[in-house]
Design a protein around this ligand. Sequence first.
Ligand SMILES: NC(=O)c1ccc[n+]([C@@H]2O[C@H](COP(=O)([O-])OP(=O)(O)OC[C@H]3O[C@@H](n4cnc5c(N)ncnc54)[C@H](O)[C@@H]3O)[C@@H](O)[C@H]2O)c1
Length: 261
Amino acid sequence: MGKLDGRVVIVTGAARGQGEQEARLFAAEGAKVVLGDVLDAQGEAVAKELGADRAQYAHLDVSREEDWAAVVAAALEAFGRVDGLVNNAGILRFNELTATPLAEFEELVRVNQVGSFLGIKHVAPQIEAAGGGTIVNTSSYTGLTGMAYVGAYAATKAAIVGLTRVAALELAAKGIRVNAMCPGAVDTPMANPGLLDPENLGDEARDAMAELYKRVVPLGRVGRPEEIASLALFLTSEDSSYITGQPFVIDGGWMAGVSVL
Ligand SMILES: NC(=O)c1ccc[n+]([C@@H]2O[C@H](COP(=O)([O-])OP(=O)(O)OC[C@H]3O[C@@H](n4cnc5c(N)ncnc54)[C@H](O)[C@@H]3O)[C@@H](O)[C@H]2O)c1
């Protein structure tokens, strides 16, 4: 028995990183998964590996409303229903606020914030029609606390916490629970672009990153995408049946307080 037997879940940004691990774990727990992303070759490869009876890839730019209509249609055609969504797709840019071009700020809003809104808007009615289910949004610890040089990103991630609370209130009576994950640093190409070119990631850079996380994270290391997938599974499964509208920090203790050790 899997924790998600019989469920059909759309995972956005599922071609790599946390979304990929969420798709893999959900499929292993019995769900049928629709993987959406803009990285078509990578997304298709993951879906193929999982098998057509378990997984389908669909091109999805989360900031485009027409793409959402298409991905919902593809999910219904492949698996007959949709009762779960993980809004995972996101982008990060580093910049000082006063140096941030308007276009860059708006790009982050379109993908992170509008993308999550459109996911809720288009998938919640399907989840309701299926008799209820879950939505998991992906915020960040920067959505709950400040971090210099990620102003646009942090603003979108704070917005996602607000969106999560309102969606939970509006959708509870329809049998839909909505929660948010707030990861700290996680070892994916977003936090560690060297992963995209591991052969050229020198030992020095690798050691410097390990040393940084050892110093600033109470648990002494960066998070693994599989660990975020485990939280997504908890929030998607019946194990969290009495939880809705909440942000969950998963950061190795980084936000717990000021460490003096
Ligand atoms: N890695 C971290 O340290 C960290 C920390 C906190 C929160 N997060 C959040 O976790 C989520 C997953 O990030 P990740 O760490 O796996 O990063 P990642 O860059 O490895 O993966 C992000 C995925 O989203 C996809 N994507 C980007 N724009 C898209 C769009 N417009 N439409 C559809 N897909 C799109 C990318 O192609 C990629 O597959 C993001 O929302 C991110 O903000 C990450």
